[in-house]
Design a protein around this ligand. Structure first.
Ligand SMILES: *Cc1c(COP(=O)(O)O)cnc(C)c1O
Length: 377
């Protein structure tokens, strides 16, 4: 029986790089701004429990999730800081959110009514944040109609409910010179100013990773960084994060391929001369994008080699003719660092016609996430 988590394919994750990246955000926005690291979607696919404990020494104000279940999981592992559920909640989820002591974000009056009911029925208190839609369109109360909903919100807030914050989400903070961010910021400020009686403790927040790095002037009272923490470039012209995750697989077969040999479904690649092929134990069933077929690369012994043929569910073949000392059992790195060479998440995302976020969150549960700074092989 194999007990080696690095036997087949895995993700190495660096806790110290995760901390470095949050520290970079903190330095960008200044010490007075609360930090709400986003740990939704299993910390962008890398492992939420480990992410939360890795970040603990930096003592963030709280954590951001997208689902009540994600917040409940954090409570189960003993997180006692505020947990903000940043997406609109299914209307039936408010009781569970209140029971777990989560902080829902409220996007409409129906949600506020449901939250009030959940508090009344359980006799519990709750905090909530109001999301303001300033142009993202997917969540929040419309900034243009604050005079309609503002007084109603005031009326609906019971004694047991603490209206703790107001926030919006930028749609284009990753773009350079994007005037939309200023428009959205102005809309948020105007909305907050027009509220009938601002709750005294309420604070304002708007920035994701690119906002926190590009526009610390609108960091306001709190920032909500995600992708940058996990090693993703947050937008054009922004500082590179410290790489956090590396996707690796073991070479499980080496073969000499005579000219004319074909590889993979559809035989989309043919050896032009005598070649040496390596089968790596990873495929799209692990989250290696199938669009890397005949396009992506891996790093073997510090050198880049091409993926040949189609990525299958479980295995992927690389042409290692250029790395003659390749041996059975060698490690292939598909993104991340290896022996002084690096393939960025963004390069993989480009090949896969997607974004770094989707590459990370697409890693499947088949891959062990190995959280260590001591990658000793
Ligand atoms: C996911 C999310 C973030 C983090 O965004 P990044 O681009 O990953 O930094 C911040 N705020 C909200 C509301 C989100 O949903």
């Amino acid at each position: 029986m194999s007990t080696d988590k690095r036997a087949r394919a895995w993700v190495d994750v660096s806790p110290s790089s995760l901390r470095t990246n949050l520290q970079t955000i903190r330095e960008s926005v200044g010490p007075g701004v609360r930090l709400l690291p986003m740990v939704k979607a299993n910390a962008y696919g890398l492992g939420v429990r480990e992410a939360v404990s890795a970040l603990a020494p930096l003592d963030p104000w709280g954590f951001g999730v997208a689902a009540v279940e994600e917040g409940m999981e954090l409570r189960e592992v003993g997180v006692d800081k505020p947990i903000l559920v940043c997406s609109p909640l299914p209307i039936g989820s408010y009781p569970a959110a209140v029971a777990a002591g989560l902080t829902p974000s409220v996007s409409d009056l129906d949600g506020l009514v449901a939250l009030r009911e959940a508090c009344r029925e359980s006799g519990s208190k709750t905090c909530f944040h109001l999301e303001i839609d300033t142009g993202m369109g997917r969540a929040g109360l419309d900034w243009r109609r604050v005079d309609e909903w503002g007084p109603k919100v005031e009326d609906l807030v019971d004694d047991g409910m603490t209206w703790e914050g107001c926030f919006t989400h930028f749609h284009s903070a990753d773009q350079v010179g994007e005037g939309a961010l200023d428009d959205q910021w102005r809309r948020l400020k105007e909305t907050v100013d027009r509220l009938p009686a601002k709750p005294p403790a309420s604070f304002v927040h708007a920035c994701n990773s690119p906002g926190s790095l590009r526009r610390p002037d609108v960091a306001a009272d709190m920032v909500r960084p995600g992708i940058f923490l996990y090693g993703g470039v947050a937008g054009a012209g922004l500082p590179a994060p410290s790489p956090v995750a590396s996707l690796r697989a073991r070479i499980v077969l080496l073969k000499e391929a005579p000219p004319g040999s074909t590889v993979g479904y559809g035989s989309t690649y043919t050896a032009s001369g005598p070649e040496r092929w390596a089968t790596a134990a990873i495929g799209y069933g692990d989250g290696l994008p199938r669009l890397l077929s005949n396009r992506g690369e891996g790093v073997v012994r510090g050198r880049r080699v091409p993926i040949i043929g189609r990525v299958s569910m479980d295995v992927t073949v690389l042409d290692v003719t250029g790395v003659p000392d390749t041996e059975l059992g060698d490690v292939v790195t598909f993104f991340g660092r290896s022996d002084g060479e690096e393939i960025s998440l963004e390069e993989v995302a480009d090949h896969a016609q997607t974004i770094n976020y989707e590459v990370l969150t697409g890693l499947t549960r088949r891959l062990p996430r190995i959280w260590t700074d001591d990658v000793g092989y």
